[in-house]
Design a protein around this ligand. Structure first.
Ligand code: EZ4
Ligand code: CO
Length: 402
């Protein structure tokens, strides 16, 4: 089998997505997601101008060799744009191999390690009461794990609130908006939120929270300790993780489980976090961390250190990524949980998919390959629209991590 060409499809069915469709001489094609929120066209160009010409004539079954060729062959290593582009090719090749062999991708990854993929949904509200109601709604839908975010008095645009019916959509059309931020108000409010949620729902539901890179290590240590009796499933992204060492300080102060890594693009971003057991869950994803091939290596490194996976799964990852994540999640032994934010009806129409939610678990389906397709005709009706994630500023105007 030979690759005959590949097409980059940019579309915006409610939000922007970049998709790579790899064609072969046997008529089988594969899909990969290449969406990098707010920097979509950079990856589209990287693929179109610099990667697609290198794919023609290659055997799509040589997945590892292709990965190494694109990674080492570029000379310039790592970085979100490069690794997202490599991920798109990698996932498309796994899809092709599954379709060609007539088996779901999870069978190529060692087979099933479990019967379903535990996932969590996103509850949020402008007030504490609204957030309580939102959590209740997820429990009614059968979720066993819920992330809770809430506007903070004095900080109405706190991360993770609103913008979609079952979820949270942070990117807005046009140039970036600016959100006000106050760590002091946030730290005062969050313990109240989780004490209330535990009082209301007890301890049978797993509760998660995303601090979204906004704290310092000592602030994160305080918050983690303060929340210990609320028994969070995890506290996510307590601090920006460029400095992996900073997690040691957090660990010294709290036993609240820590998750990090949705912005990681390689194993080297989490090597120290894993081998020094500074985190409990690694959130690297197929689309931003070099595809299934590289993510498996991150999971393999994590397994002996008791670090489990908790892949990013927000709506800026297309249904192609969600499908790929589910095959990975089903197969990898040290799976922890999968983030699941439902896509809009327009997005689901452009990307028909076999995966389904039932009783708090996701299932990738039993069809060959990834089990997801793209309706190119429909995609064309939703052209790219410039859209960006917000920027955060502290109350005195200083730029803060968003
Ligand atoms: O802000 O996907 O845990 N999920 C998240 C997401 C991210 C967006 C960024 O593109 O933190 O909401
Ligand atoms: Co997050």
């Amino acid at each position: 089998m030979k690759i005959t060409g590949a097409k980059v499809i940019v579309c915006s069915p409610g939000r922007n997505f970049v998709t790579l469709k790899v064609h072969t001489d046997e008529g089988v094609y594969g899909l990969g997601d290449a969406t990098l929120n707010g920097r979509e066209l950079a990856v589209a160009s990287y693929l179109d101008d610099h990667v697609v010409p290198l794919l023609v004539g290659r055997d799509p079954f040589d997945v590892e060799d292709c990965w190494q060729y694109l990674y080492k062959g570029a000379y310039w290593r790592r970085g979100p744009v490069t690794m997202t582009a490599i991920a798109a090719v990698d996932v498309a090749l796994w899809d092709i191999k599954g379709k060609a062999l007539g088996t779901p991708v999870y069978n190529l990854l060692g087979g099933r390690s479990r019967t379903g993929v535990l996932c969590y949904g996103h509850a949020s509200g402008a007030t504490l009461e609204e957030t309580v109601d939102a959590v209740a709604r997820y429990l009614d839908l059968g979720y066993r794990a819920v992330r809770a975010q809430c506007s903070v008095p004095g900080v109405p645009s706190a991360y993770g609130v609103g913008g979609a019916e079952l979820g949270y959509e942070p990117a807005t059309r046009g140039l970036p908006s600016e959100d006000a931020w106050s760590t002091e108000e946030y730290l005062r409010f969050v313990p109240r939120l989780f004490e209330r949620l535990r009082g209301e729902f007890g301890f049978d539901v797993a509760l998660l929270h995303d601090a979204h890179h906004r704290l310092t290590p000592i602030e994160a240590g305080w918050l983690g300790r303060r929340l210990e009796d609320c028994r969070l499933f995890w506290l996510e992204d307590p601090v920006p993780a460029e400095l992996q060492d900073s997690f040691r300080l957090i660990r010294e102060h709290t036993t609240t489980p820590l998750a990090v890594g949705e912005v990681f693009n390689s194993l080297y971003d989490c090597q120290q976090l894993i081998t020094e057991q500074l985190i409990d869950y690694v959130r690297a994803t197929v689309v931003h961390a070099g595809g299934i091939t590289h993510l498996r290596k991150i999971a393999a490194l994590a397994e002996p250190y008791h670090v489990r996976t908790g892949c990013h799964g927000a709506t800026d990852l297309s249904p192609v990524s969600m499908a790929a994540a589910l095959h990975f999640d089903l197969s990898v032994h040290n799976f922890g949980i999968q983030e699941y934010m439902r896509h809009s009806a327009d997005t689901d129409a452009v990307f028909p998919h076999a995966y389904r939610f039932a009783d708090g678990y996701l299932h990738p389906g039993e069809g060959p390959g990834l089990g997801v397709d793209i309706d190119e005709h429909l995609a064309q009706r939703h052209p790219y629209v410039p859209a960006y994630l917000p920027v955060a500023r502290r109350l005195d105007g200083t730029v803060h991590s968003w």
